[in-house]
Write a protein that binds this ligand. Structure first.
Ligand code: SAM
Length: 278
């Protein structure tokens, strides 16, 4: 299982190139796409086609080749095979027949987008492509909306506006959304906004709706995390009006924040205020 670039043809490891060069056959999703990659890196290889419609048949022929002692490299058009892409059936058949399956890691659009999203490290849920039909997509989003995870989706350009509108309706307009477009390519764009602003941002320029998209919506837990300073605001206001212990007690009551943290911050603020006065 050899991962290939998601745009920039240079994003491929020496080990991946060596695996392709050494394989007796390269099973590819679209042989023309892989032929361009091989040509760019001056690697020669025997290409065979494995697309979604013939994955079962291709799996049988790959297992036959493995049985003859051959090595088969499996690639898709872009990124990591079997991630919103063909490959899983071939792997399952090859494993079931007792053959070793070796992953050769590399690019993946979801992880590439997450790494540059600025969304805090934490659990995320990769949901791939949501259903294309609006009713099914909304139902899927409703089911995902309560989960305490950052949500990572793939979406096609002609559906991206309706998808962010449905996301805003299901997850709420306040959550942060990162729109990662054309990653590693010439027109790469990574835009961060609130979900409620995303459709307008996309509509504002036709280019913003072109290319390939990863959508990342911050989870509700992460949003609470970033809303944490709220207790600080409440505390600061109360400290201006009340004695410290009373302000701390009330800030905890109003915001649900932990007493130790609020008390420590109140002492810091009081000390800073005193030193400004002296
Ligand atoms: N197996 C691939 C991977 O590991 O990321 C995903 C293949 S899936 C068929 C294609 C989708 O991945 C695109 O529609 C888009 O949502 C996302 N994608 C792939 N390349 C991308 C890129 N360069 N920039 C943004 N999204 C990309």
């Amino acid at each position: 299982m050899v991962a290939t670039p998601i745009g920039n043809l240079e994003d491929i490891s020496p080990r991946a190139l060596e695996s392709l060069a050494r394989a007796d056959a390269i099973a590819a999703e679209d042989t023309r796409v892989t032929a361009r990659l091989l040509e760019h890196h001056r690697v020669q290889g025997k290409l065979i086609a494995v697309h979604e419609h013939n994955e079962r048949r291709a799996a049988d022929s790959i297992v036959e080749q493995l049985a003859q002692g051959k090595t088969v490299a499996l690639v898709t058009d872009a990124g990591t095979p079997a991630i919103s892409d063909p490959g899983a059936t071939v792997v399952a058949r090859a494993r079931a027949a007792g053959f070793k399956v070796v992953p050769v890691p590399g690019p993946n659009a979801a992880v590439t987008a997450l790494s540059a999203s600025g969304i805090a490290d934490g659990p995320f849920l990769f949901a791939g492509f949501l259903p294309a039909r609006p009713a099914a997509r909304r139902k899927a989003l409703d089911a995902l909306s309560a989960l305490p995870y950052t949500l990572v989706l793939y979406e096609a350009p002609h559906r991206v506006v309706e998808c962010v509108e449905d996301m805003s309706a299901a997850l709420g307009p306040e959550r942060t959304l990162v729109i990662a477009r054309e990653l590693t390519k010439l027109f790469e764009q990574i835009h961060r906004c609130r979900l409620g602003e995303a459709a307008d941002w996309l509509r504002a320029e036709a280019d913003r709706r072109r290319g390939e998209f990863v959508l990342i919506a911050e989870g509700p837990a992460a949003r609470n995390e970033s809303a944490k300073p709220d207790w600080e605001r409440v505390l600061t206001t109360l400290l201006g009006e009340l004695p410290l212990a009373h302000a701390v007690k009330l800030a905890c009551k109003l915001t649900g924040a932990k007493k130790n943290a609020v008390y420590a911050r109140a002492l810091q603020l009081a000390r800073a205020a005193n030193s400004r006065r002296s």
